[in-house]
Design a protein around this ligand. Sequence first.
Ligand SMILES: O=C(O)c1cc(=O)[nH]c(=O)n1[C@@H]1O[C@H](COP(=O)(O)O)[C@@H](O)[C@H]1O
Length: 234
Amino acid sequence: MSLVDAKVRDRMIVALDYPNVSAAEALVWQLGDVVTFYKIGLELSIAGGLDLAADLIGAGKKVFLDLKLHDIGNTVERATEAAAARGVHILTVHAYPQTMAAAARGAKGSPLEVLGVTVLTSYDDADLATAGYRMGVTDTVRLRAGQALEAGIAGVICAPTDAAMVRAILGPDRRVVTPGVRPKGADVGDQKRIATPAEAIAAGADRIVVGRPVTAAADPVAAAEAILAELAGA
Ligand SMILES: O=C(O)c1cc(=O)[nH]c(=O)n1[C@@H]1O[C@H](COP(=O)(O)O)[C@@H](O)[C@H]1O
């Protein structure tokens, strides 16, 4: 393991996008002390990921529960309370004003960071138009970042290409977390708005989320270490 500062390690969140807990555990085991922060998303949550979250927290890891909640206020508030009670560090909701306000109420008094997903990194202007939105990506992200601030949640999830604008809106004390991160030359997959790890941090991101660049690498440890080295130099 390289001598990367613990703070730098915490800047990289590895997405455990696996169909079952044993596959996720195998990667966590392989990565050992290299990775300190894991994301459990929809696929793994359905397949026992909530119990894995408890195990990871028990083992000293940080957990980002990526459920992207969006429902009536009462439901979101109570689900957020339930996530806070599990001791996870981050929970996502879609960045709609009612939803973010409800999540802020649910997280009140706990250290849980609620992050609002502004516009998914797999969406571009044409995708938003198809979905019936009048505004393009940049204007929608700008609007939602301001609404996240008003709702009083910890911060937002946005593409690295939006991070500088979002950081200017949120100021230095809120969280800006960016998926859609690809080291130079990595497979882009279904992501549309991407940047490198160093570019994401330079644009104002606190943390980056990486999935396939680590999980699909022939050597996940080397891939994770290379991203951490890039973050350390950013
Ligand atoms: O909320 C997220 O984490 C998220 C938001 C977003 O806009 N785009 C996005 O890719 N993500 C998640 O970030 C991860 C990216 O994975 P890779 O594309 O494999 O690096 C996935 O787990 C996505 O669910």
